[in-house]
Design a protein around this ligand. Sequence first.
Ligand code: FCB
Length: 467
Amino acid sequence: MANDTSAVSDAASHHSLSDPFTPPADSSLWRKNFLLGAATASYQIEGAVNEDGRLPSIWDTFSATPGKVLAGDTGAVACDHYHRWEADVDMLAGLGLEGYRLSIAWPRVMDAAGAPNRKGLDFYKRLLNRLKEKDVTTFVTLYHWDLPQHLEDRGGWLNRDTAHRFADYADLMSRELAGTVDAWATLNEPWCSAYLGYGNGHHAPGLANERFATQAMHHLLLAHGLALPVLRGNDPASQKGIVANIGRGTANTDSAADRRAAHLFEVQHNAWILDPLLKGAYPQDLFELWPGTEPLVLDGDMQTISVPMDFLGINYYFRTNVASDGAHGFRDVPLEGVERTQMGWEVYPDGLRDLLIGFKGTYRNLPPIYITENGMASDDKVIDGRVDDTQRISFLKRHLAAVDGAIKAGVDIRGYFLWSLMDNFEWAFGYERRFGVVHVDYGTQKRTVKRSAELVAKFLKERKARV
Ligand code: FCB
């Protein structure tokens, strides 16, 4: 069976710490209460887009639009997880992964009038119940970008009403699923929804206007702030938070202009989201970068948005080296001779450590952190039944060392989720970019555990066996 790792793990465990992944003996990763898991998202893995009453989402529309997604790929079949979820859960649990972060497809569970779709809901109930039976800690994201198309038709995140519809959706989900969810995240990466979706058009719904981006962000954050107390009321025992992607910007030279450019990069990528959540105000420097784009904010909104959270999810992938654009912004200056992934993203673990330590200094009320995504794409091939993803093994080891460094510097980090459990639909890049620790053959849907996952499993097994 493709997901049988026991033989490999047993053989490898005799070599104890000598493999290319296992953290050093003094790493905080050895703490048994440091949660190590894997993440996925509904549209990227489920497929079954027309089944059991699921409505279209903005990603169905966007990926069906010629020229928007590499090779014309769509999530119509993806990893066929909607039908293969039982084997996928067995695979996850078989690897010893302790946590699973998944997302719910909003258009699967509610109709256009806001009534529940029982068939869609039952899918998530079965899935979450099985995960609990397997003793897997469940992190559920309510919104990982698949907005129902009928809401986009009424303005999507540019329409303030969408925030209220989101709170209704959070209400339904937390009433139905309470008891099976250990941690709820309202949104995944509002930066991507707002900026890539409405600011530069790289993602669905494909609009490109900075004023739209700031207004969409405001409504996304408002949706989060409205939903959080609803989740608390319906499911008091669980943790509640949000997931933000963060970006490291470094200055190309030591000139004041380039240092300012790097600062503005981080304002745009980090403070735009974290300041309203943790300080109750937008960073004014954002409007130096994008003059005249202040969103319409109503009385009380910022208090709603800055409601206290139990955790902050952080997704980190790479850094961007920038210089001044000569006006009020920044431009990318890609560095030569640095290590990059299949995405072209620079491998830069220090960025993760430095940002986390920086946030602890900036935000007095920084909640406990989970790294909710980290990983890389490589052009992985199955050769003689095996996938030797050497670069990923080294990438993960170095990023986990960065997490350990931040913990040792005093940041409260409680867990880490690999992106991703398996290769999947990588948004505008389709199926070409493989982020999984498990390989998926899209022709046959066969899963093959990559070497990276074997080594993670080996480490988890050793950690579990420790007294
Ligand atoms: C993040 C997304 C996730 C995945 C990774 C590579 O921005 O949250 O769905 O696409 O990037």
